[in-house]
Each structure stands twice: as structure tokens, then as C-alpha cells.
Design a protein around this ligand. Structure first.
Ligand SMILES: Cc1cc2nc3c(=O)[nH]c(=O)nc-3n(C[C@H](O)[C@H](O)[C@H](O)COP(=O)(O)O)c2cc1C
Length: 291
């Protein structure tokens, strides 16, 4: 990676020329929009809302399905950037099928999005159950062989440190935290929920303290690297995640607020902070907030 920033899944990661541009504009790696077991439209509009301190979305995992991506993979085979393919499934078998098929295209890493609902696990989401998350990670790891596996966790987990440790034990090579935080907005004049799905996931500046707390807890429980995300908008936010224990930094919502120049801007501001504070490498300050 040319730097520690990563385009988060769900933002601009659907079309090769745009991904290429995001890389040229400074992202260290690109994550694809999560790929599922079949074609899926996602939820009806409205699906995304900027509400003042962040974004709330309920796009509902729209996906062409792994079977319908040959053209994209053909283009992606010519990529010059590190590519993380995000995958989801509603049960273990679906995760296994998607993982196996996506692995054939040799992305540089596979991220298992284990925070989607509708699982066989008594309706719980995978990412909030230690047992279910370990089963998914073990299964996906078996299917993808040598390709590094990232477990993407939800901040809704009752003890994210324990879930992360379970994922590490099950074969994850890295942890990504966090996915969005559940929320809701109501239009008081219409007297109705704004999102068609009623509930959605919050991202952007409002969730930065949630992400920091999760990365801090995960760092105390695992040895594998952490891809920290949630509300990173500037160099100081990025340094805060590194001090909590992150090795790499995901950026999503800030591309909506600031455009794709945000990757270069975050890197420049990190370097300025390091210079001012006489810090030679990020390794020097990784996890320092743990004392
Ligand atoms: C519109 C939208 C779509 C998203 N789609 C995905 C997705 O497909 N898979 C996934 O793992 N995370 C998805 N996310 C979550 C982001 O990858 C990221 O974890 C979250 O937005 C926090 O980072 P941020 O505050 O920098 O945006 C999505 C977020 C938004 C706002």
C-alpha cells in the first residue's frame, strides 16, 4: 500500500474506472461494495440521508451477485491497486459459496462482512455472536486458502474485544472495525420515519468515538492488525485511530463530504502532525493511548 488509507466498502467501489481514480487520488487500497450470493436490489428509496452530524443509510446490501460480475473481474484483473473484496451471506453455506467464487478472482484480501441480519443463528446477526462469527470466519478461511481474510465487525457487539479474539482464533488475518451504528430519523412534519426501511446505519463524524472505543478494545484482545474506521475526516482523526491501536484507516463518509481528495488530505495532515511531534513512523505511536 502506498499509504495506510483504505476506501471503505459501499463507497465508490462498484465500478473499475472510479476505483482507479480513487487510487490515483491517494487511497492506499480499495474495498469493493459487499458481494452477495445472488442479485439483490436492496431496499426502496429513500435509502441514504445526511442528517447533520453524519449519514444514515439503509441501502440493504444491493449486489449484482457473484455470478454476474465477470465483466468487473475482467477489468479488475488489470488493476494497479490493492483490492479488498467484501462478501456477505445470510447463512454459512452462502458465505462459503460467495467466498469460494470470489477467491477465484484473486483479490489481495477478502473482507467478511459479518454484520448482516437474517441468519440461521436464531435471527441474530453473525457479528454479535462469538460462536456464529467464528463459524463464518473458519468457513471462509477454508474456502479462500492463502488470501488474507479480514473480519469486519459491528459496534453492536456486546463485547467486540471477545468477538475479535474469536475471529483471530478462527483464522482471520486482520480485523476491520467498525461497520455502521443502528439508528433512525423521523420527519416530524410528515410524522413518518425518513428511510423507507425505517432503521438504518449511521456513519460519519457522529460515530468516531464509537469506532475509537471499539478499536481500543480490539487492540487489547488481538495480535493481528486492525483496519480502523468510522468518522475519519482529517489527519487528527486518523492519528487518534492509530493511537487506539489501528494499523490502517478506512475512509467512507468523508468521500461524500469532501470528495476523493480526502485521502491525500488525510495523509498530508498526518505527516504534518508527525513532523510537529517529532514522530518518525506510525509504528512509534500505534496503541500509545493504552499507556
Ligand atoms: C451508503 C453506505 C453503504 C455501505 N455499504 C457497506 C457494504 O456494502 N459493506 C460493508 O461492509 N460496509 C458498508 N458500509 C459501511 C462502511 O464501509 C463503513 O464501515 C462505515 O460507513 C463507517 O465508516 P465512515 O464513517 O468513514 O463512513 C456502508 C456505509 C454506507 C454509508
Amino acid at each position: 500500500m502506498q499509504n495506510p488509507t483504505v476506501l471503505a466498502s459501499g463507497f465508490l467501489g462498484t465500478n473499475f474506472p472510479i476505483m482507479q481514480r480513487v487510487f490515483e487520488e491517494g487511497a492506499g487500497a480499495i474495498t469493493l461494495k459487499s458481494i452477495g450470493p445472488e442479485e439483490r436490489n436492496g431496499h426502496a428509496n429513500p435509502t441514504v440521508l445526511e442528517w447533520g452530524h453524519g449519514i444514515i443509510n439503509a441501502v440493504g446490501l444491493p449486489s449484482p451477485g457473484f455470478q454476474n460480475m465477470d465483466e468487473e473481474w475482467e477489468q479488475l484483473s488489470k488493476r494497479k491497486f490493492p483490492l479488498i473484496a467484501s462478501i456477505y451471506g445470510a447463512n454459512i453455506d452462502e458465505f462459503a459459496t460467495v467466498a469460494k467464487n470470489v477467491a477465484l478472482h484473486k483479490p489481495d484480501a477478502i473482507e467478511a462482512n459479518i454484520s448482516c441480519p437474517n441468519t440461521k443463528e436464531h435471527g441474530q446477526t453473525f457479528g454479535t455472536s462469538n460462536e456464529a462469527s467464528q463459524t463464518v470466519i473458519k468457513t471462509v478461511k477454508r474456502e479462500i486458502g492463502e488470501i488474507p481474510l479480514i473480519a469486519k465487525l459491528t459496534p453492536q457487539a456486546p463485547n467486540i474485544g471477545e468477538i475479535a479474539a474469536g475471529c483471530e482464533k478462527a483464522g482471520a488475518d486482520a480485523i476491520c472495525a467498525v461497520n455502521t451504528v443502528a439508528g433512525m430519523c423521523i420527519d416530524i412534519d410528515a410524522r413518518k420515519p425518513i428511510l423507507h426501511n425505517k432503521f438504518g446505519g449511521i456513519s460519519g463524524p457522529a460515530i468516531k468515538p464509537v469506532g475509537i472505543k471499539c478499536v481500543y478494545q480490539i487492540y487489547e484482545n488481538v495480535k493481528i492488525p486492525i483496519l480502523g474506521m468510522g468518522g475519519i475526516s482529517n489527519g487528527r482523526d486518523a492519528i487518534e485511530y492509530i493511537q487506539a491501536g489501528a494499523t490502517a484507516l478506512g475512509i467512507g463518509s468523508a468521500t461524500y463530504y469532501q470528495g476523493i481528495g480526502v485521502f491525500k488530505k488525510v495523509c498530508r495532515e498526518m505527516q504534518e502532525w508527525m513532523k510537529e511531534n517529532n514522530v518518525k513512523s506510525l509504528e512509534e505511536i500505534k496503541g500509545v493511548a493504552h499507556g
